[in-house]
Every structure is written in structure tokens, then in C-alpha cells.
Design a protein around this ligand. Structure first.
Ligand SMILES: [Zn+2]
Length: 286
């Protein structure tokens, strides 16, 4: 499948840390598992039996001057909602011939463990930063929230302690205060609710527009079922409002939407069908 997308003069490559099998009732405890049945035929790539097959996507966004990585997967440690992580991202960079040294910025949409797992080379004994020439960009609100005494676990093996907090002492951290331009045509905007400092990207070049939603949608089904209470949202009400606002904007303005947990390679459009909105993957290069 083609994993290259062009938005005007901006090139995007969709990469993945792999698919992870997750019981939907963990993510949506108030929603019976049968509620997802109508989607089995629509998104066969997203189901393994009744379970979600969650894509752990990463994007490389480049213009002629710079390259940005958006999110770095779950990595090889621990378990994600009970499942062993696939941990394929490093191999996917190599397979796509994208040198780690070519990356200027690593943009983290938010500080959940499935978005920063390969900040460091967990596959190498000395664990150097995966992107040695990059600054790692995080919204200050998420940094302050997740690194607070209240939120930080006492476990020395905590993923945040391993893969995020060291960025500060290593001189690699660049905290964003609100909306921030990352490069020409790529702007990070604050989209709170999933986490306090969650950021999305507006991508524009020539007359084309895209929006990297981040975890405003955690699966293609959530474009349709945007009201189902989503356990990972830190502020459920604000999460729902932000989800509606972004989905409507992307739909009305006919933007390409991108998201780590949309079906690989992670992009498509939002269509209306029988009065409801649906994600529709774009599989061909434009
Ligand atoms: Zn996520």
C-alpha cells in the first residue's frame, strides 16, 4: 500500500510501530462490544474478531528545507492495555530509507505512552536519542501535567521517566507555549480534552489543506461515534467538544485528516453517508 501523501509541496510518509490488538471495552467501558459490529465490514483492517486492531502510526512531514516526525509510537517496553507491543517503528524508518539524522523536529501530539515510545533507541544498549539532530517539541501544559508529583508514578520503570523526562537534561526538549509554527505550512494548534496540552497540526500548501488530528480520534470509528465516552480522554466533556469541532471543521473545509490511530497509512477524508459522518481512507498517492 502506498504510504506517501502530498499536500501541496509538503510530503508526508506514513510509518507505523505496528498494529496492537485491544479489547474495545477497555477504551469504551460504557459501550457494549456489540456496538462496533456495524463497522466490521466498513473497516475490516481495524478488527481482529471483536477486538480493535489499533494502528500505532507516526508521520514524517517534510518540505524542501525541513523534516518533522509526528509521534514516536509505543516502543518495545511493557504492555499496552494488556497486549505485547509490536515495536516495529525503527525497522519501518529503515525500510522507508528515512535517515534518523535527517529529522529536524520531533513533534509529540501529547504525552500518552503510545506517542513517545521511541524517543530513544530502546533497541540499542546505550539508548541514544533516536533523532540526534532534532529538538523534541511538547506543549508545556502536557509536560507540566504529566510530570507533576500527582501524575508521575513512583515506579522507576515508568515510561515517562524513561522516554520523556530525560529530554530535559539531554538538552533536547523544546516546550511549546500555545499555538506554534513548526515550519512553513505546518502549524501546531492547541486541541485540549484528550490531554490538557494535546496539539494537532494544520498543514497547508498551495491550495491544499490537511489536519493531523492526533488522538482527538482514537480509531476511524470515532469519526462516526464521536459521542461515545472515551476512557483515555482526561477531560471527557472537553474531549467530546474538541472532537466535534475538529471533525466538523475537517469535513466542512474538505481537509485531508491524519491520525496515528486511523487505518494505516493514517489518512483519509470525512464523508457523509446516510446522514452520518464516516472516515474514508485515501490509499492512492495523489
Ligand atoms: Zn494514542
Amino acid at each position: 500500500m502506498n504510504n506517501l501523501l502530498k499536500i501541496g509541496d509538503i510530503n508526508i510518509t506514513g510509518l507505523t510501530d505496528g498494529p496492537n490488538i485491544i479489547d474495545p471495552t477497555i477504551l469504551f467501558p460504557e459501550t457494549p462490544i456489540e456496538a462496533w459490529k456495524p463497522f466490521y465490514d466498513i473497516f475490516p483492517e481495524y478488527f481482529e474478531g471483536k477486538y480493535f486492531k489499533v494502528n500505532l502510526g507516526t508521520f514524517v512531514i517534510s518540505n524542501s528545507d525541513q523534516s518533522i516526525v509526528a509521534d514516536t509510537g509505543f516502543g518495545p517496553h511493557g504492555k499496552m492495555f494488556g497486549s505485547k507491543p509490536p515495536a516495529q517503528l525503527i525497522q519501518d524508518f529503515i525500510r522507508n530509507k528515512i535517515p534518523f539524522e535527517s529529522i529536524d523536529k520531533v513533534f509529540l501530539t501529547h504525552l500518552h505512552g503510545d506517542h513517545y515510545g521511541w524517543n530513544y533507541r530502546e533497541d540499542l544498549v546505550d539508548r541514544p536519542p533516536t533523532f540526534p539532530n532534532a529538538k523534541y517539541m511538547v506543549n508545556r501544559l502536557d509536560w507540566d501535567h504529566w510530570s507533576s508529583d500527582q501524575m508521575l508514578s513512583t515506579d522507576p520503570d515508568d515510561p515517562l521517566k524513561r522516554s520523556v523526562l530525560p529530554l530535559l537534561n539531554d538538552g533536547l526538549l523544546d516546550l511549546m507555549d500555545g499555538d506554534t509554527t513548526l515550519m512553513k505550512g505546518v502549524d501546531a494548534i492547541h486541541t485540549p480534552g484528550h490531554t490538557p496540552g494535546h496539539m494537532s497540526l494544520l498543514i497547508s500548501s498551495k491550495n491544499e489543506r490537511g489536519m493531523l488530528l492526533g488522538d482527538i480520534v482514537g480509531s476511524p470509528m470515532q469519526i462516526t461515534k464521536s459521542d461515545y465516552p472515551y476512557m483515555p480522554d482526561s477531560d471527557p466533556e472537553l474531549g467530546r467538544k474538541t472532537r466535534h469541532r475538529l471533525i466538523n471543521k475537517a469535513h466542512d473545509e474538505k481537509m485531508i485528516v491524519l491520525g496515528s490511530h486511523l487505518s494505516y497509512p493514517g489518512w483519509g477524508t470525512i464523508i457523509t453517508w446516510k446522514g452520518k459522518k464516516y472516515f474514508q481512507g485515501l490509499q492512492k498517492n495523489q
